[in-house]
Write a protein that binds this ligand. Sequence first.
Ligand SMILES: C[S@@+](CC[C@H](N)C(=O)[O-])C[C@H]1O[C@@H](n2cnc3c(N)ncnc32)[C@H](O)[C@@H]1O
Length: 295
Amino acid sequence: MTHVPVLYNEVLDGLNLRPGGLYIDGTVGAGGHAAGILERTGPDGRLIGFDRDLAALATANERLAVFGDRVRLIHVPYTALAEHVAAGSARGMVLDLGLSSLQMDDPERGFAFRHDGPLDMRFDPSEGLTAAEVVNTWPVDELADALYEYGEERLSRRIARAIVEARPVQTTAQLAEVIARATGKYRERIHPATRTFQALRIVVNDELGQVAEVLPLAVQALASGGRLAVITFHSLEDRIVKRFFRQAAGMVGEDANVSSPTLRIVNKKVIEPTAAEIETNPRSRSAKLRLIERL
Ligand SMILES: C[S@@+](CC[C@H](N)C(=O)[O-])C[C@H]1O[C@@H](n2cnc3c(N)ncnc32)[C@H](O)[C@@H]1O
């Protein structure tokens, strides 16, 4: 299955694209948003794309080959942005957080409980902690805290105890089964393993730390009039983006007085997918888009 870019037109319109200039895609993935940016900034707009996942970059490389040397793809986390992009140089930047369908649908990557595969979950499979290491080595209390904090899982303690008792847990299907047994199957609308899988993915990739770190760097990279578009897929991430944007725009409370802000929030109300988009691309269901502009 291919990856369908979420809130595609909303991102491209929101970035206020025009021909020429430098754009950044911090999460280039399969290159969907990047292709749109390159089309709308032709004939000479340039794009630098980052991704932690080499397999994603290979897909993006193929997809974006038609744009020739207008594109540069770099295999580093988006938090390495400042090493590759001069301050004040970008007309726009997009961050489409979370994981792509390519990653979700590949059992070998270990993101999905619906396919059986090794418990990996790393965006960059060449480095760092795997989900299996977390699940099999963390003390029960630390595991429970992570499930509660990053998965907002109310049954975190019960699940953590069940995992520790079932060790070693090596595959996604095994983990999903342990959780389902511990919590009582089909009790809820969503699969009982959903929150635990989200929590593990966040821990393994330090997702919240990465988002908090990149936002000021992204703003620094923007030229005057440049815009940053951020799509989040769960409330923990959205909260970080929303708070940062408000602070950066000089709004401490809801509508505090702003003396000389350097940034402006573009959309007062968060942008969400239409019912039609959710129907054709269910993965977009929880997406939220926020935009900020450098003055
Ligand atoms: C939702 S996908 C992006 C899809 C893309 N917008 C498209 O239209 O094809 C998110 C991508 O961000 C990458 N990613 C996640 N965290 C990252 C980080 N800290 N640095 C760089 N890339 C990251 C993932 O590997 C994944 O490929």
